[in-house]
Ligand binder design. Sequence first.
Ligand code: BTN
Length: 244
Amino acid sequence: MKVIQLESVDSTNAHAKILLASEQLPFWILAERQSKGRGRYQRKWISNSGNLFCSGVYPIVHDLTHASNLSFVAAIAVAETLAEFVSPELIKIKWPNDILLNGKKVSGILLETFSHKNNNFVIIGIGINLLHHPKDSLYPATNLLEHANNNSLDQSPSIILDVLIDKFEALNETYTKKGFAPIRERWHRLCYNIPGEVDVNLLTEKFSGMATGIDLNGSLLVRLSNGTMRNISAGDVFFGSDNV
Ligand code: BTN
């Protein structure tokens, strides 16, 4: 797999859009730091050197569901990568794709789709807090070093990215051959607080209910107190009382 390594870039996701015109797909970009790292909902992603900032660029071969399913593939790949360095039971995925370590956010994924010359692409941006984390983030955050076995993390971001790409490729092959069902099953084994109480905070409404799982499109299934089921496909979801 081709990995383009850069010292400093505005955002690996933004840079991926420029490179996809000239690079053969798939490829990955790894940056030591980002000056305009971005998170979901136009939030900033603080990107000082020491943490992992990368983007993978893949063709979208079916419809857009394919792209959103890849965000679950990516989340599992990140979770399984981190589980190599800390006690695996500490790693959970908060729907849809935030990775938690001991209940705090250690990694986020920003998936963007893009069209170029009538072809569709998905850019999978992944940030992992390896050595440090922001202190005043919306969700409580942590870093891998804080919980690493033997209190040491002697692997560079590029070695960790190699592990991540191997896992992503293996899961992507499973997804390509067998569809979303085995990915969904694996995601359910890693998910945070499901079944569990959730406060759903959409742009247009807010409500609470019991999260029971994800459906075959990756939507979060929430049972309201009157028994109605809701499928949530986007939005901020707060689980339990700890607002993680
Ligand atoms: C989130 O809000 O949780 C998603 C954060 C995604 C951050 C990564 S860092 C590498 C890539 N480049 C960006 O500008 N953002 C993503």
